[in-house]
Each structure stands twice: as structure tokens, then as C-alpha cells.
Design a protein around this ligand. Structure first.
Ligand SMILES: Nc1nc2c(c(=O)[nH]1)N[C@H]1C(S)=C(S)[C@@H](COP(=O)(O)OP(=O)(O)OC[C@H]3O[C@@H](n4cnc5c(=O)[nH]c(N)nc54)[C@H](O)[C@@H]3O)O[C@H]1N2
Ligand SMILES: Nc1nc2c(c(=O)[nH]1)N[C@H]1C(S)=C(S)[C@@H](COP(=O)(O)OP(=O)(O)OC[C@H]3O[C@@H](n4cnc5c(=O)[nH]c(N)nc54)[C@H](O)[C@@H]3O)O[C@H]1N2
Ligand code: SF4
Ligand SMILES: [Mo]
Length: 746
């Protein structure tokens, strides 16, 4: 049997690790880290090793599916998840991808004719990320259709980042990066497991150990002693949801002790006086009382952060999902800014770009932009688009409402609303109500069960890939992305299983556009953070013939500092660091300033000072978390990863378990003001007391408690998407949710 080993990029998650894949007859059989990859240096996680099982999974769709019988009316009444789950798999027939595209194009044409283009929405999710052409082509198609109803996971992930970046402004010289920093602060992220939260994704563990060895001070704020908190010099372990108070108190200490950077503030910043006044009342004692930690701990953290001189504070999903996520992100940017944590004139830029265009950094600010209240508004609720896009948490309402301008068609690209959206019961009703639901998904996922068509995609090793998604993190997340000009390209290295009729996501949108007589233009994203770079221009796909994926990637990467042809000569990836680019002085007429005194944010902060404490009937706070061997709703169907545990435990502190008379593996009900879910408890001494820590994306039939063991519990069911939500981005309270825990009898 012909056997060979080829370098490639793992795309099981978004981290783009360099891997070596052993192939037998064109099929992957073994995957290891690539020691010759200069950035990842042999790193691989358990999921990456299981790429062969993922590609050959018995449940993988090798051909697209069409629902039988087709939905007749526009609505199946009721919220019958149980029925839907139980008859999953029996009501689909196989359909060729080409025929499916014919039928879908025709159906969308009718919907647009009858209800207008706004009735069609697109939701690219987690697995739109690893395929660089998916998002640009799907959005290009949507816009060509005339709809702007684009919903992404950004608004249910870390929307506070987008809002805060917008209203604070962007520093065109870029931020400090992890590898050069003296101090680093992580607020509710756990990059050793999530491989994305706040430390550059290329071999996080090695980077962290290396940084600690050279003396990096690490501050972690997390109610859980996480994997990364074990490396912390200072770990604040507060009640969840108190990050804005803690950060305001840190700002208070920095200002009171004059540890800020007056020259930088004077030259580049506005709003410092307003900020100083607003944080006056947030003494360390006040914040400490609220957060249940020591005032001295907050002071130590503030002093350590302010000492720097180089460093950055980065928040993760935890505080973004807790209330006041925009404010948390904003205060963190304000802390970075008043401490002067931005790259100055004459300094070398660590990543001049590889697949990104060449850096042309300048020591100046780019003015704040509006964070919310623009673009498309929802017809169902008083929400608009924000810097994080349209509010995905409200898309179910936009499908269910009775008024005009209802969403009738939804295209899901590598996403799984039923598993991932807040308020699962409502999401299920919405999926049932759609006239047309199309999922591009290799599985009959929790959402695909409701689909009219499921388009079977190629999986990662069967498609060409690029490390661009990791590099481009720097354009949305401060201090993220690669710390060096690294990039990798991989051709498709594996064949789809014999007999498969699978296509790439971009081919689906190209196919739809062609059938509908539309032209596909892919527009580059607009950077929110990071150094100023040369521009990419929009790229039009050839509609007269089927371009190759490489041609599409080539077109999308126009303007890259390293041309794709050059990159292709380095199959293990390369760090292109020959060129030194330094931050240029500010333009003589530059007047823009970074704003640390945004009036809305400071008003929200002052309001928080007087906010009462939460409802006492719900003594626990349910917080979000990631688990090592699962990836949102994916990966837990691979036996070597789940190791026989198919559920997501509800982790509690052992003393909380004892106080409730519970032992490991007992069944409980977790109840919020909105709903109740059964769950299986597990002890976690690393937690603060009063917390339930649980991963999302799980859950089977909620009315059959015994199914908890088979499929876990869906934490999204506990979330009320319409009463406790951020008024700007629409994200509901998805962490620090008040819950009670009651043992189940029998
Ligand atoms: N309660 C709660 N809810 C949350 C979160 C939380 O912490 N708590 N986290 C939120 C966050 S951060 C996010 S990003 C969202 C995620 O939200 P989604 O992206 O909607 O959900 P996923 O579960 O990641 O869905 C990914 C889907 O892609 C499919 N898939 C796997 N591989 C491929 C592929 O190669 N191609 C294609 N086309 N599809 C593929 C999978 O089968 C799965 O159905 O969830 C959010 N929801
Ligand atoms: N293994 C694995 N990796 C993943 C994923 C996965 O499902 N599994 N999902 C991917 C996705 S979609 C994303 S967006 C990233 C997310 O990446 P991260 O943001 O790093 O996500 P987590 O690892 O869940 O870390 C969030 C932390 O926030 C803490 N937390 C919860 N509430 C609060 C709060 O109110 N305040 C503070 N300070 N902390 C709080 C939790 O205890 C947890 O440790 O991870 C990605 N990587
Ligand atoms: S961290 Fe992500 S990209 Fe890296 S090996 Fe694991 S699954 Fe693959
Ligand atoms: Mo996410």
C-alpha cells in the first residue's frame, strides 16, 4: 500500500497547528505535530491526533441530504425537541450536491420574490473559520442577493471586544505582544486549553514556559484556578461577573498612585479626567467586597500591571458572556492605554505580516467609531447592528415574530444554532418555523435535524488551507494573532472517502450564485485593531467557469506581504522575518485620539456602582468554560476523545457538593429563572465556592433525564435571550447566570 507523510495544517480547531499526516492510499491514518514547523514546533493536541477518526467518522455525511417529506406549511407547531431528536436520521434522503444547489437556488429565488431579500439570513459559525474562502464567499453571495442579514458567532462570543475597540479607537502602531512583554493579564480566558484565549496560538504552552523563564509576570482573573492560572504570579479568584468593578478598582489604584503614563495620555488620549473621576468611587475595598476577594490582591495586581513596562491585558469569553461585557473590555483597553501599552515611534514591529499585507505602522491613533446603533435593525426587537454585527442571540426572535420582515430562510455554514444559541427551546421553535433551512455540515447535527437540506462538505485535509485566520486575529483582538511573521499553506493532501459526493463551502456559494445569476465579490475585512497595513482590494470570483480553490485563495490573499507562490515553497510553514519595519512618526496633521472617557461606558460603570446584589433564591452562578477534548458541539463523538464520557459534567466545589449532600456522578437539576436542565455533578476543587462551571454545546432530549449520560445537558436552555441582555449587542447573560442546584431523587 502506498504510504507517505506530508506536512499540513490542522483545522480541527481554529489554531492552525502545523502537523505531519501519514497517508495510506490517500487516506489519513496517523497525525503528529510537525517538529519542522518553526512556530508550532511539534505541538499537537489530542483532537489533532484524531483527525483520521474525524475524517473517517461513521456518522460523517458523504453525500448531501434532503428532508423527506419536505415541509409543507411554514410551521410545525410546538416545541417538540424530543420528537425531532428521536426520529433524526430517518427523514432524509440522499441528494447530489448539484441537484441540491439547483433546488435550493430555486427555492431561495421564490422566497426572495415573495418576501424580499431581507428574509434570507446567513449564519457562518465555528467551522466557517478554518476554511479561508467560506466566509468571504458566503457573505459575497448574501450581499449579491441584496440581503444584509448576516449573523455570526462574534455577537455571542466576545462582542465586548468589537464594541470596545470601536469606541476606544485603534492605535496604528499596534500593541505589545506576548513574547516581548514583562506583564500579561488574562481576564477570563484559558489559552492552554482554548488555544486562542489571550496568548498567540502557536504552541501556547512552550511560549508561556519560555516567557515565565525570562521573568514575565502573569496576572489571571478567573473564578476557577484554570490550567493557565497555575502559572500566574497573581491569581484573583473573584465571583464571576465582577470584572468591571475589579478593573475599575485597578484603574483607581493606577490613577491614585500616579502609575499612569502622563506623556502618552497628553499626546494621544482623551477622556482621562472623566475616567479618573468615574473610578474614584471604585476603591479596591469596594470592588473587593463585591467580588469576594482581598483589596490587597487588587492593589498588587494593579501595581504589577502598571510596572510593565511592556505588556497587555486581554479578556476572554468568560467576562464577555457575563453582564457588562462591553464595559469590561472597555476598561481593559483604558487600562492598557493609560499605562501607555502601545508600540511607539521607532520601535520594531514584531509581525510585519505574512499573509496579511505589509505593515506601515504609525505612532498615532485612529479615531473612535460608533460601537452600536447603526446598520440593519431587527424587526422583532429594538436592536440594531453593532460593531460585533447583528445580534445572533436575537435571530430566533427574528424568525419567530409575526410582523413583516421576518427571516424565512437561514443558511448555516459550519454552525449549530440548536447546540449553541442562547435559549435552546426558542431556537428549536425558530428552526421549525423556517421556510428553508440549509446546513453545510458533515453531520446531522442538532440543527441539521431540522434542515431541509444538509450539504455534505469536504473536511480539512481534503481541502487547501492557509494559516490566515490565526494571523488575522490581530485585526480584531488586541495583542492576538502571531507574534512573528509566520504563515503556512497546505494543499489538499487527502482524498475524500471513496464514492463521496462532497464539496467545499465556497463551491456551494459559487454554485448558488451562478444558478441565480449573481456575481460574487469578496470584500476584505476592515481591521479593528493591530498595526496599520497596506490594503487588500475586493476580489471577484470568475462566474463563467469553476475556479480552483487555489485560485480563490490567491485572489483572497491579494496584497499579502508574502505572495502565495513564495509561501508554497515552504511546506512546513515559515517565519518571514528578514525585513525590519519600524513604527513611523505620526503624520504632522494627525489629531485623532484614543478615548478612555466614553460617556455611555462611564455611565454604565457608575450605574453598576449602585446595582443591587442578585436574587438569593439562586445561590449559585453558572459560568462558561471550555473542555480539552471537545470543540463547542464537535469532537465529542470520537471515542478516543470522549473516553466513554459523553456528557458535560456540572463542576462544583467539593464543599458545595457536600453541603448539598451530593457525591460525584449524582444527578441534579440546575434551575435558572428561565428553565431547568438535568446534569451530572463532578467535584472541582479548583473552583471558587458558589459556582457551577459547565461547557456548552451539549445536550440530548431534555425531557429524558437519562439522556444526560448519553449526550450531556444544554446550558443554553437556561439562558433567557430576551430579558437580561446587553442593549447594544444583544448578548444575553451567558455566564454568571444565577441558578439553583437541587438533587434529583431516584
Ligand atoms: N451557553 C453557551 N453558549 C455558547 C457559548 C458558551 O460558552 N456558552 N459559546 C459561544 C461561542 S464562543 C461560539 S463561537 C458559538 C459557536 O456556535 P456555532 O458555530 O453555531 O456552534 P458549533 O457547535 O461550533 O457548530 C459547528 C458545526 O460545524 C460542523 N462542522 C464540523 N466540521 C465542519 C467542517 O469541516 N465544515 C463544515 N461546514 N461544518 C463542520 C459541526 O458538525 C457543527 O454542527 O457558541 C456560543 N454559544
Ligand atoms: N478545547 C476547546 N478549545 C476551544 C473551544 C472548545 O470548545 N474547546 N472553543 C473555542 C471558542 S469558540 C472560543 S470563543 C475560545 C474561547 O476561549 P477562552 O475565552 O479562553 O475560553 P475558556 O477556556 O472557556 O475560558 C473562559 C474562562 O472564563 C472564566 N469565566 C467565566 N465567567 C467569568 C467571569 O464572569 N469573569 C471572569 N474573569 N472569568 C470568567 C471561566 O472559568 C473560564 O476559565 O475557545 C476556543 N477553543
Ligand atoms: S490545537 Fe486545534 S489546530 Fe492545534 S492540534 Fe489541536 S485541534 Fe488541531
Ligand atoms: Mo467562540
Amino acid at each position: 500500500m502506498p504510504r507517505e507523510t506530508r506536512p499540513s495544517i490542522c483545522r480541527f480547531c481554529h489554531a492552525n497547528c502545523g502537523i505531519l499526516v501519514e497517508l495510506e492510499d490517500g487516506r489519513p491514518v496517523r497525525v503528529t505535530g510537525d517538529p519542522d514547523n518553526p512556530a508550532y514546533r511539534g505541538f499537537i493536541c489530542a483532537r489533532g491526533r484524531r483527525l483520521p477518526e474525524q475524517h473517517a467518522h461513521p456518522d460523517r455525511l458523504l453525500c448531501s441530504r434532503k428532508r423527506i417529506p419536505a415541509k409543507t406549511g411554514s410551521s410545525i407547531p410546538g416545541n417538540d425537541l424530543a420528537r425531532a431528536v428521536n426520529d433524526g436520521g430517518t427523514r432524509f434522503e440522499k441528494i447530489g450536491a448539484g441537484v441540491a444547489m439547483d433546488e435550493i437556488a430555486a427555492r431561495i429565488g421564490e422566497i426572495v420574490r415573495d418576501h424580499g431579500p431581507r428574509s434570507v439570513a446567513l449564519y457562518p459559525g465555528t467551522y466557517a473559520g478554518p476554511h479561508p474562502a467560506s466566509i468571504p464567499t458566503s457573505i459575497g453571495w448574501l450581499l449579491a442577493l441584496g440581503s444584509r442579514m448576516l449573523f455570526t458567532a462574534a455577537s455571542i462570543d466576545q462582542p465586548g471586544k468589537h464594541v470596545a475597540n470601536a469606541i476606544h479607537g485603534r492605535w496604528l502602531g499596534g500593541s505589545h505582544v506576548f513574547d516581548e512583554s514583562d506583564v500579561w493579564m488574562l481576564v477570563g480566558n484559558n489559552p492552554l486549553i482554548s488555544i486562542s484565549g489571550g496568548i498567540p496560538p502557536a504552541n501556547v504552552g512552550r511560549r508561556l514556559r519560555h516567557a515565565k523563564k525570562r521573568g514575565l509576570k502573569l496576572i489571571v482573573i478567573d473564578p476557577r484556578r484554570t490550567e493557565v492560572a497555575r502559572f500566574a504570579d497573581i491569581h484573583l479568584q473573584p465571583k464571576p461577573g465582577e470584572d468591571p468593578a475589579i478593573l475599575a478598582a485597578m484603574l483607581h489604584v493606577v490613577v491614585r498612585e500616579k502609575r499612569h503614563d502622563p506623556e502618552f495620555i497628553e499626546a494621544h488620549c482623551s477622556g482621562f479626567d472623566a475616567l479618573s473621576r468615574a473610578v474614584e468611587r471604585f476603591t479596591p475595598e469596594f470592588a473587593a467586597r463585591r467580588a469576594g476577594i482581598g483589596a490587597d490582591e487588587i492593589e498588587r495586581a494593579a501595581r504589577s500591571f502598571a510596572r510593565g513596562p511592556r505588556g497587555c491585558g486581554v479578556a476572554g469569553t468568560g467576562p464577555n458572556m457575563s453582564p457588562h461585557g462591553n464595559l469590561t473590555e472597555y476598561l481593559l483597553l483604558a487600562l492598557n492605554t493609560i499605562c501607555g501599552r502601545w508600540r511607539r515611534e521607532g520601535e520594531r514591529v514584531p509581525n510585519p505580516g505574512a499573509l496579511l499585507p505589509r505593515a506601515i505602522p504609525k505612532a498615532q491613533a485612529s479615531a473612535p467609531r460608533p460601537g452600536w446603533g447603526f446598520g440593519e435593525s431587527l424587526a422583532s426587537r429594538g436592536l440594531t447592528s453593532s460593531a460585533a454585527g447583528l445580534p445572533t442571540a436575537a435571530l430566533a426572535d427574528e424568525i419567530l415574530h409575526e410582523g413583516k420582515d421576518r427571516i424565512r430562510c437561514l443558511i448555516c455554514v459550519g454552525s449549530n444554532p440548536v447546540a449553541a444559541w442562547p435559549d435552546q427551546a426558542k431556537t428549536v421553535r425558530a428552526m421549525e418555523r423556517l421556510d428553508l433551512l440549509v446546513c453545510l455540515d458533515p453531520k446531522i447535527s442538532a440543527t441539521a435535524r431540522f434542515a431541509d437540506y444538509v450539504i455534505a462538505p469536504k473536511l480539512s485535509l481534503e481541502t487547501p488551507g492557509l494559516s490566515i485566520s490565526s494571523e488575522a486575529l490581530e485585526q480584531t483582538y488586541v495583542a492576538m494573532g502571531y507574534s512573528e511573521p509566520y504563515a503556512q499553506y497546505t494543499p489538499a493532501i487527502a482524498d475524500p472517502p471513496p464514492g463521496a459526493d462532497v464539496i467545499e463551502e465556497w463551491e456551494f456559494f459559487h454554485g448558488l450564485a451562478k444558478r441565480m445569476g449573481l456575481r460574487l465579490t469578496c470584500r476584505p475585512i476592515r481591521p479593528e485593531t493591530g498595526v496599520l497595513r497596506e490594503r487588500r482590494h475586493a476580489f471577484e470570483l470568475d462566474m463563467d467557469r469553476r475556479p480552483s480553490t487555489d485560485e480563490v485563495l490567491e485572489g483572497l490573499m491579494n496584497g499579502s506581504r508574502i505572495p502565495l507562490d513564495e509561501l508554497k515553497r515552504h511546506p512546513h510553514g515559515r517565519i518571514f522575518d528578514e525585513e525590519t519595519i519600524r513604527v513611523a512618526p505620526a503624520d504632522p496633521d494627525a489629531t485623532d485620539r484614543l478615548d478612555v472617557g466614553n460617556a455611555d461606558m462611564l455611565a454604565e460603570l457608575l450605574g453598576l456602582h449602585d446595582e443591587g446584589s442578585d436574587d438569593r433564591d439562586r445561590p449559585f452562578r453558572l459560568i462558561s468554560r471550555r473542555m480539552p477534548n471537545v470543540y463547542n458541539s464537535s469532537a465529542r463523538d470520537i471515542a478516543a476523545l470522549s473516553k466513554g464520557r459523553n456528557h458535560n459534567p456540572a463542576y462544583l466545589h467539593p464543599e458545595d457538593l457536600a453541603a448539598l449532600g451530593l457525591a460525584a456522578d449524582d444527578l441534579v437539576d440546575i434551575t435558572s429563572d428561565h428553565a431547568s436542565i438535568p446534569a451530572i455533578v463532578a467535584p472541582a476543587p479548583e473552583l471558587r465556592r458558589g459556582i457551577v462551571s459547565m461547557a456548552h454545546g451539549f445536550g440530548g432530549d431534555p425531557r429524558k433525564p437519562e439522556s444526560v449520560l448519553e449526550a450531556g445537558s444544554n446550558t443554553g436552555r437556561l439562558i433567557d435571550n430576551a430579558s437580561h441582555f446587553d442593549p447594544h449587542t444583544g448578548i444575553p447573560r451567558m455566564s454568571a447566570i444565577p441558578v439553583s442546584v437541587t438533587p434529583r431523587r431516584g
